[in-house]
Design a protein around this ligand. Structure first.
Ligand SMILES: NC(=O)c1ccc[n+]([C@@H]2O[C@H](COP(=O)([O-])OP(=O)(O)OC[C@H]3O[C@@H](n4cnc5c(N)ncnc54)[C@H](OP(=O)(O)O)[C@@H]3O)[C@@H](O)[C@H]2O)c1
Length: 246
């Protein structure tokens, strides 16, 4: 039977990697993003890939995703990957309301509303939810108040949803990447010099002495999604070279 996967933030980095993986396996893939040029380029390169604009900083953005699943997939969804996100680094004293609100909207509020609305679709398939969290939601670092607390919150939502949705046969797990080569730091607006300093420090402090690449995360997300691990729910799976236990 046809398998349907929805990946938020599928227009770049880790989400794009997961989308390409399941597209290559013949799944029906719907990705969301805000960058319409990037979405159009991917749809052109991968015929049959579905794309929708979705910005979780705005209200009621989930509705057209729900409508797409009803209209195109008969209301059936096998996998929802809550991946969209951005990073913010700020000393506590410089934190402002906007930084905190935007982080909680994209990391906690958007995924909560989207997942809630997808429950009827996931119930039909006894499907699963994968939340892309972060090693920063497990291990504390200075100046990551917004990002670290939001990702820790998404880890907790993973446990809550796993318990709540288990009676419907829906599994919920999280993958918690460590520092991974994607455009995330460029997208956060850091200068090339700062990015280089962050990346060097991330490499030096990692037990396996390297940053991750998208394939490291995709391979392990695919393990959770499609390797027969049907009795696994509520786990936070660190894929981080050991940084979260160092
Ligand atoms: N790279 C890392 O080191 C790392 C480590 C741990 C966890 N993660 C997590 O992995 C996930 C993917 O990050 P990435 O590294 O692949 O970053 P990325 O390349 O910057 O991709 C982020 C994706 O999220 C989308 N997005 C951002 N803000 C959004 C919003 N307000 N509404 C809807 N979509 C939004 C972006 O869409 P547009 O570009 O179209 O706007 C893009 O598709 C994030 O949740 C991130 O926190 C990354």
């Amino acid at each position: 039977m046809q398998k349907n996967i929805l990946i938020t933030g599928g227009s770049s980095g880790i989400g794009e990697g997961i989308a390409r993986h399941f597209y290559a396996k013949g799944w029906q893939v719907l990705i969301t993003g805000r960058n319409t040029t990037r979405l159009a380029n991917l749809a052109h390169e991968l015929p049959g890939l579905h794309t929708l604009e979705y910005d979780s900083l705005k209200d009621n953005q989930e509705n057209h995703i729900f409508q797409f699943i009803k209209d195109n997939w008969d209301g059936r969804l096998d996998v929802l990957v809550n991946n969209a996100g951005h990073v913010a680094i700020s000393p506590l004293q410089a934190l402002n309301r906007e930084t905190m609100e935007e982080m909680y909207r994209v990391t906690l509020i958007g995924p909560s509303l989207l997942t809630g609305g997808c429950v009827p679709f996931l119930s039909q398939t006894k499907g699963q939810v994968i939340n892309v969290t972060s090693s920063h939601g497990i291990k504390a670092f200075p100046e990551l108040s917004a990002y670290g607390s939001a990702k820790a919150g998404l880890n907790m939502l993973t446990s809550i949803w796993a318990l709540e949705l288990a009676p419907k046969g829906i599994r919920v797990n999280a993958i918690a990447p460590g520092p991974t080569h994607t455009p995330v730091l460029e997208n956060a607006g850091f200068s090339a010099e700062i990015i280089q300093a962050i990346q060097q420090s991330e490499k030096n402090t990692n037990p396996l002495q390297r940053r991750g690449n998208v394939q490291d995360i995709v391979a392990n997300a695919a393990l959770l999604i499609d390797s027969g691990s049907t009795w696994v729910t509520g786990i936070i799976f660190p894929v981080d070279g050991g940084i979260s236990i160092s």
